[in-house]
Every structure is written in structure tokens, then in C-alpha cells.
Design a protein around this ligand. Sequence first.
Ligand code: HEC
Length: 145
Amino acid sequence: MNLLNSKGVSLLALITLASTGASGSEGDVDYRHYAMEAVGAHMQAIVKILRQEVPHSEHLSLHANAIADMARIAPVLFPEGSQGREALPAIWEQPKDFAERLDEFHSAAEAFKNAAASGDPAMIGSAIGALGQSCKDCHDSYREE
Ligand code: HEC
């Protein structure tokens, strides 16, 4: 296998560089995009279930657990220098406030996960409202319209 490309750059070196987690890579930006799309898709599935447009109420916890897992890893999706797509520079300019938005998301996702597990409609109703609000609170300041 030829480990040098036409410019004489060692591909092995590039692979090693990428695996050290060098910040600001295209990979970080794409990965965040896919992760957020996944959160969005789980949310849309949840709404379909809660509106009873599909008979899959037993899937509610699956989607709730997935969002809670994503909320737990969300802080690592915004490494220094990973500006791009719709992520606004304010994320790195106001790190304290941004961290609070991440915390709010994590708490709301955990609460929704517990509500879904309980099966109690009133709990589920209020928890989904708080979860949706946590998305909006962050997007309003940190995602480009
Ligand atoms: C702490 C901040 C924050 C929270 C909380 C948050 N998001 Fe996002 N979201 C972002 C940012 C920033 C982007 C833009 C990312 C990018 O373009 O790189 C984004 C992008 C998205 C996208 C578009 C995909 C993309 O990358 O362009 C979807 C869909 C989405 N979010 C859904 C949600 C949902 C649903 C929730 C709540 C369950 C949520 N987000 C919670 C910050 C957040």
C-alpha cells in the first residue's frame, strides 16, 4: 500500500493527526451535524407518538433514552475551533452561558426519560414541553437561523 499521496503527504501522518482529535476539523463539524440531526429525528418521532399518529407508544422510552444519551455527550460536540455550518461564534465567546444551556438540555432530557419510563401522561406532557424549551433556548442564541 502506498502511504504517500501525489503531494508527497504521508497519509499515515494525516490519519494519526485526525485520531489525536485535532480541533476544528471538518470531522468535528460534520459529526456535530449528524448528532444534532439524530436528536431532531428522535424528537419528531416522539411528537408523532404523543399525537397518537402512530401506535408506537412502547417506543417512547427508546427515543427518550437516545436523546438523554445525546444530551450527555453534547458538551464534547463543540470543541474549540469547530465553528462551521450553523454554529454561531457566540458558543465560544460566551462559554459559561453556553455551558448552562447544555446543562438545561441534559436535565430536561433526563426528566423526559424518567417521565417516559413512568408512563404518566401528565408527567410526559410537562417534561416534553421543558425539553422542547431547552432546544429553543439554545438555538435562539447559538444557532444561525
Ligand atoms: C446547547 C445548545 C443546543 C441544544 C440544547 C440543542 N441544540 Fe440543536 N443545535 C445547536 C447548534 C449550535 C446547532 C447548529 C450546529 C451546526 O450547524 O454545526 C444545532 C442544530 C440542530 C439541528 C440541525 C442539524 C444541524 O446541525 O444543522 C437540529 C435538527 C437540532 N439542532 C435539533 C435539536 C433538538 C430537537 C434539540 C432538543 C431536544 C436540540 N437541538 C438541542 C445547539 C443546541
